[in-house]
Design a binder for this molecule. Structure first.
Ligand code: ZN
Length: 208
């Protein structure tokens, strides 16, 4: 099934660093190379978080350079990091300096990789052309081709913590007054007291 209805297309996001790495791999090799990546699922999108280049054998006639040994090493490394292998659902490969399209071999690979659940596939070349597709076998065979994607900045926890400390050190925030909290005014608005200064009973006698 081919679906070109954009309203039903899944939303794909790729972490900026993962995308940079992907293009760097493609540009670094004059022959067709490939690899895998991690995908996280949320309620409204699929997010590609990391890209990997397994050991592989590349020749001018290679159609699927990924070797069992290379995949095995990658899987062991992911398990050592406590990463669930079910996240390994991104398959990417390069067409080097040739146009991007899904060859017969590519379609066979996609079919196999998506046979249990789903697979997100990316093909790119050194002219920075690309195609992205999603294939799912559950609940039935579905293909979304020529998918757009959004690039997202991943959270840098180390940087976030450094910045949080700097903000705490350099930024003084005024606490909202009691009355502005009661009236729902935001702290940066003029205090209610400025417009309607409170006066005590003694002052009231001087302001008949
Ligand atoms: Zn291909």
């Amino acid at each position: 099934m081919q679906d070109d209805d954009t309203s039903t297309r899944p939303r794909i996001r790729i972490h900026e660093r993962a995308l940079r790495k992907l293009w760097a791999y493609i540009e670094a090799c004059p022959q067709e190379i490939g690899g895998l990546g991690l995908v996280e699922c949320s309620a409204d999108a699929l997010l590609v978080t990391e890209i990997f280049l397994p050991h592989q054998d590349v020749t001018p006639s290679t159609t699927d350079p990924l070797t069992a040994g290379g995949i095995d090493v990658l899987m062991k490394a992911l398990l050592a990091r406590g990463i669930c292998l079910s996240k390994l659902r991104f398959w990417w490969h390069s067409h080097a300096d040739s146009p991007v399209y899904w060859s017969h071999e590519d379609r066979k690979t996609v079919f196999n990789l998506s046979s249990q659940d789903f697979c997100l596939s990316f093909v790119g070349n050194r002219r920075r052309e690309h195609r992205l597709r999603l294939d799912a076998s559950v609940p039935f065979r579905t293909t979304f081709d020529r998918l757009p994607f959004e690039t997202v900045l991943e959270t840098d926890r180390e940087l976030a913590e450094l910045v949080r400390k700097e903000v705490a050190e350099k930024v003084r925030m005024q606490k909202p007054s009691f009355i502005s909290r009661v009236l729902g005014a935001s702290p940066d608005e003029s205090p209610v007291e400025d417009a309607f200064p409170l006066i005590d009973a003694a002052d009231r006698r001087r302001f008949p």
